[in-house]
Design a protein around this ligand. Structure first.
Ligand code: DDH
Length: 287
């Protein structure tokens, strides 16, 4: 019957779990990439896609994946994230029905879970937008600045002090690259496993300025192998922030609980989900 419309493929939970599994199976594919995993840079891609949100104008956020385009891809804060976007291209080619916007966030969720982090509930439904939806430069935090700047940036997204500190715990993961941000080194000794070590190290170690020609950053006095950005140190220099650093340093379960909630909020900023959109949790592959 020629009047029957072709059946549209409507992806379900199982289909997204397949995408999750594909990403998970490829995270450690290239042994010589950084610390052996694409996980950290995928988390950073999802965060920079989301962290452009402005609650006053409703612009920015993960709905759109506008970092595919210049000028947003060229913003200084996004240097190096091409590695993450390129990593996901074969996944997009294998599952062409998923939007880039949903894929980037799914990759962030997958990376956190596969790096032994908490479950991050996920909703699908982001739509890709074109270059006109690119956000202006300057919406993401500047690592050289301190608490006033952090509050300006994160209050604009709609977060409070506790949430700011919980989000910063992501720096347990990954490292700084001199050819990306200019900074150098990892924050923790296990940059591919999510733990509350970032908070413990902030409190327990002695931090000193690193003597080098690069941008101002801290190193741990004991081993001189770990780093903190000025913006990281700000959360123990500020009394209100420091209270939360102490809470998370003392209690990994509390950190995981709050981190899951705040990352879900971050990843959904400004996303116009249809009414009745289901919340899913993906089954970890490597955990
Ligand atoms: Fe971050 N981050 N981030 N960050 N971030 C860098 C790397 C990573 C700041 C600056 C930098 C968050 C908050 C802040 C991750 C996740 C998150 C680098 C190094 C800089 C600089 C980039 C490079 O050289 O490759 C600043 C400033 C802030 C802040 O002021 C709060 C948040 C909220 C998250 C999150 O995911 C929720 C991750 C992961 C990395 C490691 C990337 C990698 O390639 O490894």
């Amino acid at each position: 019957d020629s009047n029957v419309a072709p059946k549209l493929f409507v992806p379900k939970f199982e289909d997204y779990q397949k995408v999750y599994n594909e990403i998970a199976s490829r995270l450690e594919e290239k042994e010589d990439y950084d610390d052996g995993s694409y996980g950290p840079v995928l988390v950073r891609l999802a965060w920079h896609a989301s962290g452009t949100y402005d609650k006053e104008t409703g612009t920015g956020g993960s709905n759109g994946a506008t970092m595919r385009f210049s000028p947003e891809s060229d913003h200084g804060a996004n240097a190096g994230l091409k590695a993450a976007r390129d990593f996901l291209e074969p996944v997009k080619a294998k599952f062409p029905w998923i939007t880039y916007s949903d894929l980037w966030i799914l990759a962030g969720v997958c990376a956190i879970q596969e790096m032994m982090g908490p479950t991050i509930p996920y909703r699908a439904g982001r739509q890709d937008r074109d270059v006109a939806a690119c956000t202006p430069d300057g919406r993401l935090p500047d690592a050289a600045q301190a608490q006033d700047h952090l509050r300006n940036i994160f209050y604009r997204m709609g977060f409070n002090d506790q949430e700011i500190v919980a989000l910063c715990g992501a720096h347990a993961l990954g490292r700084c690259h001199t050819d990306r941000s200019g900074y150098s080194g990892p924050w923790t000794f296990s940059p591919t496993v999510l733990t509350n070590d970032y908070y413990k190290l902030l409190i327990e170690e002695k931090w000193q300025w690193k003597k080098w020609n690069g941008p101002k950053q801290y190193e741990d006095k004991k081993t001189q192998t770990l780093m903190m950005l000025p913006a990281d140190m700000a959360i123990i220099q500020d009394k209100k922030f420091k209270e939360w650093v102490k809470v998370y340093a003392a209690d990994n379960d509390k950190f995981f609980e709050d981190f899951s909630a705040v990352v879900k909020k971050l990843f959904e900023l400004g996303v116009p989900f249809k009414e009745g959109t289901e919340t899913w949790t993906f089954k970890p592959v490597n955990a």
